[in-house]
Design a protein around this ligand. Structure first.
Ligand code: ZN
Length: 261
């Protein structure tokens, strides 16, 4: 079931009792969509491609800029000016040609979100804006897809897995009912971000995606992990489902993606 090359490439996974052949086969079958190929999406994509994920989708409508290279480790200086999904797909193919890469050089919108995520099992949110975060949360809820959501700013990061379609687990709106008004929260181009902090959160995101794909350990559903780089502190807190949530609560008022974006 694995070629000789695969047995050698994934040898350090195959010897792990908790992964082994069956776990690696589940990883190979998994289809993961990465939204935002930036400081978070770069390490997430690299680790998932290295791990042998079956299909990786990349969604980003941006081009590589010089100021990206401080943290977006998927790219090289020669890539400046190229579409991120093109440079990214090339780098990932060079790392592991056994992974199927699908490039989506577009911005995710309420009109295309359901179609975009339909071909994947797990969505990794590494986007840099609230409109996309809420849109992905709602789309993954309706499509019953696992959403592993990472965020980073300055020296701090957050990570959670949302399965609001399950009765026991919250969605992102259980934590934040609605997006903040535009302009009230600065993005990383305004506040800055330590590149390696984005690397920590993206690596953790890849790890949680692999756990979901291979059925390993205890995931971050119903929990939120925060990392404060300056104090070198990790904390995990419980995240309860909000019965009054407009999306996944007992009397939902959000019943589709229209009216967003
Ligand atoms: Zn909810």
């Amino acid at each position: 079931m694995f070629s000789d090359d695969e047995v050698e490439r994934y040898a350090r996974h195959l010897v792990l009792r908790e992964v082994g052949g069956p776990g690696q086969a589940r990883i190979r079958r998994a289809r993961v969509l990465i939204v935002g190929v930036g400081g978070l999406g770069s390490p997430t994509a690299l680790y998932l491609a290295a791990a042998g994920i079956g299909k990786l989708g990349l969604v980003d409508d941006d081009a590589v800029s010089l100021s990206n290279l401080q943290r977006q480790i998927l790219f090289r200086t020669k890539d400046v000016g190229r579409p991120k999904v093109d440079a990214g797909a090339e780098a990932l193919k060079a790392l592991n040609s056994g992974v199927q890469i699908e490039s989506h050089p577009i911005r995710i919108t309420p009109a295309n979100a359901m179609e975009l995520i339909a071909g994947y099992d797990i969505v990794a949110d590494g986007s840099d804006n609230f409109a996309t975060r809420f849109l992905l949360n709602d789309a993954c809820f309706f499509a019953r897809k696992v959403l592993v959501s990472a965020a980073v700013t300055e020296f701090e990061g957050q990570l959670a897995t949302y399965k609001g379609y399950e009765p026991a687990y919250p969605c992102y709106r259980c934590l934040f009912p609605a997006p903040p008004s535009p302009g009230t929260i600065a993005n990383c181009s305004e506040t800055g971000v330590l590149g390696a902090a984005a690397g920590v959160m993206g690596s953790l995101q890849a790890l949680e995606v692999l756990k979901e794909a291979a059925g390993l350990g205890t995931g971050l559903s119903g929990k939120i992990l925060t990392y404060k780089a300056l104090g070198a502190e990790f904390r995990t807190a419980r995240l309860a489902k909000d019965p009054a949530c407009a999306l996944c609560g007992t009397a939902p008022t959000i019943t589709g993606l229209s009216g967003q974006g």
